[in-house]
Design a protein around this ligand. Structure first.
Ligand code: ASP
Length: 344
């Protein structure tokens, strides 16, 4: 019998309205289970671990990602797949972080949640949960069908580290603008094998260190020197520069000098675009040429969520800046549309 571990972290899926304030508040796992009698009809051996306390995912943090990765490591050989119930707000960050921490993954880790609590009549939670369980248990030729960290939501399966939360009000909460779907659920569950990562040949190894020394500089017309300075002179070891279009930034001297000084002081600057779709193309325009020349790292088509968590993952390693920059520009877990994955 297929064995699935459900890890319940919290999120809207299990929330109830507080009797006094009416505010949506996380509730324990019984709320989820009692509302889905269909689970008993699934022919799987389900085991559930619940966080205590359960979280609204806005309280998610790197320490909890480490605990999640540890739980998967501890039970990796006991289960065929893992389903993580998680609030949708930061689900794409958690999926991205886990993708980097779980090296050599050969089993499905499917994150899901819902836009409406499972106790509400129009809830999207039941379908999301039941199909996530089916995906986590799906096999082809005796092997897991989706051996990667992914998000299932509103009939679509996405690569976790390509996903962004797109909507707070429709059931289609997520999108993956730069990578195709891994599967779609209609009358049949249709897997798109060509988009799914092959199980890694490497042995399963869990990295349990993250260094959250990351700051973000999001550009906008009119940004001033004080604002830029406050961010580049902070104690963060790496700065995500959210640029315009294909990686473009102002060419004023004060701006370029601030970045150059930060790089000279050993900081890493990673360029990703504010556009959700497409890629950074350093040097395509005059407005990105100088960034390229001063050593700004190219984030290509990485999501913000993947950029943040990849930096936390790589900054925790004992490597110099040149290796750090090379790895940032390398496709490690399918987060970049670039060839040549390398070992870390
Ligand atoms: N605030 C909730 C959370 O992220 C939203 C959700 O679950 O969809 O925990």
């Amino acid at each position: 019998m297929t064995r699935i571990l459900i890890i319940y972290t919290g999120g809207t899926i299990g929330m109830v309205n507080d009797a006094v304030t009416g505010v949506l508040t996380p509730f324990d796992f019984s709320q989820v289970i009692n509302n889905v009698p269909e689970l008993k009809r699934l022919n799987y051996q389900l085991t559930a671990h619940s966080f205590s306390p359960v979280l609204d995912s806005s309280n998610m943090n790197p320490e909890i990602w480490i605990k999640l990765a540890q739980q998967i490591e501890q039970h990796y050989h006991e289960f065929d797949g893992f389903v993580i119930l998680h609030g949708s707000d930061t689900m794409a960050f958690t999926a991205s972080a886990l993708s980097f921490m779980l090296q050599g993954l050969a089993k499905p880790v499917v994150l899901t949640g819902s836009q409406l609590p499972i106790g509400e009549i129009r809830t999207d939670a039941k379908e999301n949960l039941i199909t996530a369980l089916e995906i986590a248990s799906a096999k082809k030729d005796g092997k897991p069908r989706v051996p990667e960290v992914c998000i299932y939501f509103d009939f679509q399966l996405y690569r976790g580290n390509r996903t962004i939360k797109y909507s707070s009000s429709t059931f289609e909460a997520f999108r993956s603008p730069n990578y195709p779907l891994l599967a779609e659920a209609g009358v049949h569950l249709r897997f798109y094998d060509a988009s799914i990562r092959n199980a890694e040949a490497r042995v399963f190894q869990v990295y349990k260190e993250l260094e959250p020394s990351v700051a973000v500089l999001k550009l906008y017309p009119g940004i001033n020197a004080n604002t830029v300075q406050a961010i580049v002179a902070s104690d963060a070891r790496a700065i995500i520069l959210e640029t315009f279009g294909s990686g473009n930034a102002p060419t004023q001297k004060w701006f370029l000098d601030s970045l150059q000084t930060a790089i000279a002081n050993g900081k890493t600057i990673l360029n990703i675009s504010q556009c959700k779709e497409g890629t950074v193309d350093l040097g395509r325009y005059d407005t990105s040429m100088e960034l390229k020349e001063m050593g700004v790292v190219n984030g290509y088509d990485m999501t913000f969520e993947a950029a943040v968590t990849k930096l936390m993952f790589l900054l925790s390693k004992d490597i110099g800046n040149s290796q750090l920059h090379r790895l940032l520009e390398t496709n490690l877990r399918g987060e970049l549309s670039r060839e040549h994955p390398v070992l870390v």
